[in-house]
Design a binder for this molecule. Structure first.
Ligand SMILES: C[S@@+](CC[C@H](N)C(=O)[O-])C[C@H]1O[C@@H](n2cnc3c(N)ncnc32)[C@H](O)[C@@H]1O
Length: 357
């Protein structure tokens, strides 16, 4: 009995030290991305295990140099989180290849990966907000990002072209593989739609992919803030429209939105959804893809990714914006006038939510 107590106390002390040092994980991930380590290891698909010194030569060719030992320390720690695989060769030298997780950080033929999402999250202005998370408990009227930087995130990004650009490429890097998964996964919610509006569509990638897969969707409206659509590239069949979803939303046979409701309060979501309701014909659908929280908490990767994202929302976007449960979304839809609702779990992170008029 006493042994068990000693064991559980030891485990507890270990666990709290792991948690207290956890900042090393995202910051090292950010460092590996900044140094372009994943692209260096992937090297056109070979993914051959490389030593830190070899990686350093790839990313900083002679005579630039650098500290291979420090790079190895970062790689070793990230290997324990499954980003890299560590291979110890006969001489005792450590070499690293990419796991499937690490592979998501490799730039693809379209110039996309999850790397920009990592970089977007770790910009100085966002990092500055994190020590203020407790303020969101004491006073939820101002989110930590606005407290740290003097204004809310979207308007802050809007005035800084570099941040706006990184936000767009971060969104593209995450959204393109998601859209591929749902379109290849047989989702048929776009059947019968000719004019489709994407609210908060950023660069327009989601619309482009939907229209490629469903040629009967002939008119795409990519609706986002004026400064965002001003930077969006031309896409055949897609009109970029600048505006404010809290004012009005262009009409369409159906409305799509991804990662929008999450960053707003219940009252703000109701307003956005009421504007969608007004822009749809009878029977028309609002198709939202949002993270949906499970009812119960557990330590699975999915639940953790969703709960961690929830704290990101509190910190950066709205102290009362939130990841919601399926039932909370159903209620939101009802409050905005949508009588029909269904949730489809195709992707592990984003759930498809259909609200029908
Ligand atoms: C988290 S991003 C999602 C982007 C895209 N839907 C995706 O998932 O890749 C949220 C988007 O909402 C846009 N947005 C924020 N406020 C808006 C507003 N008032 N009206 C229209 N769009 C807005 C942002 O510019 C941004 O592109």
């Amino acid at each position: 009995m006493e042994d068990e107590t000693v064991e559980s106390r030891n485990q507890a002390r270990l666990k709290i030290l792991e948690l207290a040092n956890m900042i090393s994980v995202p910051m090292s991930l950010n460092a590996a991305v900044r140094l372009k380590v994943p692209d260096a290891i992937w090297s056109g698909g070979s993914n051959a295990p490389l030593s830190a010194a070899q990686i350093l030569t790839e990313i900083r060719p002679f005579p630039s140099g650098g500290d291979a030992e420090n790079l190895q320390r970062i790689l070793r720690m990230l290997a324990s989180y499954g980003v890299f695989e560590e291979h110890v060769v006969g001489t005792g030298e450590r070499r690293y290849s990419l796991t499937d997780v690490g592979r998501t950080l490799v730039t693809d033929a379209d110039g996309l990966s999850y790397a920009d999402y990592v970089l977007q999250h770790h910009q100085d202005e966002l990092v500055r907000a994190w020590p203020l998370v407790h303020e969101a408990v004491l006073d939820p009227m101002v989110e930590p990002f606005a407290r740290a930087n003097g204004e809310p995130a979207y308007s802050f990004y809007g005035k800084r072209p570099q941040m706006n650009k990184l936000m767009q490429s971060a969104m593209s890097g995450v959204s393109v593989p998601f859209m591929k998964a749902i379109l290849d996964g047989g989702y048929n919610g776009f059947a019968g739609v000719k004019r489709l509006v994407d609210v908060g569509g950023s660069a327009g990638d989601c619309l482009r992919m939907i229209m490629q897969k469903h040629p009967r969707v002939t008119e795409g409206i990519n609706f986002d803030l004026p400064e965002v659509v001003a930077k969006a590239a031309t896409i055949p069949g897609v009109t970029h429209v600048g505006g404010d979803m809290f004012q009005s939303i262009p009409f369409g046979d159906a409305i799509f939105m991804k990662w929008i409701l999450t960053t707003w309060t219940d009252d703000e979501c109701k307003l956005i959804m009421e504007n969608c309701f007004k822009a749809l014909p009878a029977g028309g659908k609002l198709i939202a893809s949002e993270p949906v929280l499970p009812k119960l908490s557990d330590d699975s990767n999915r639940t953790r990714a969703l709960l961690e994202g929830d704290i990101f929302v509190i910190t950066i976007y709205r102290a009362k914006g939130k990841h919601r449960t399926e039932e909370e979304f159903r209620q939101l839809g009802r409050s905005a006038g949508f009588p029909y609702f269904r949730a489809l779990y195709i992707d592990y992170f984003y759930t498809l939510l259909e609200f029908q008029k």
